[in-house]
Ligand binder design. Structure first.
Ligand SMILES: [Zn+2]
Length: 79
């Protein structure tokens, strides 16, 4: 699954960073609201172009994403 990067367009939730990355299926609708705080977000260009679907959770740690937390099935968010 590709990783998409979003950023808050207005208020940022207390536990959120201004921008975050999230796994979504290609077929999923783009998020319009932050899944954590519910404030509006917009999609920004992913820094992982191509091959992102090969990133297994175990690879995330190797790549330095040790601060990612699993929030939901198939969904990872940086702490
Ligand atoms: Zn948020």
């Amino acid at each position: 699954m590709p990783i998409y990067e979003y950023r808050h367009t207005g208020k940022v939730g207390d536990t959120c960073e201004e921008s975050f990355e999230i796994f979504q299926k290609m077929s999923d609708e783009p998020l319009t609201k932050c899944p954590v705080c519910g404030h509006p977000v917009e999609k920004i260009l992913s820094r992982f172009s191509g091959g992102a679907d090969k990133l297994a959770p175990s690879r995330l740690k190797e790549l330095g994403f040790s601060k990612w937390v699993r929030r939901d099935k198939g969904t990872y968010e940086r702490e």
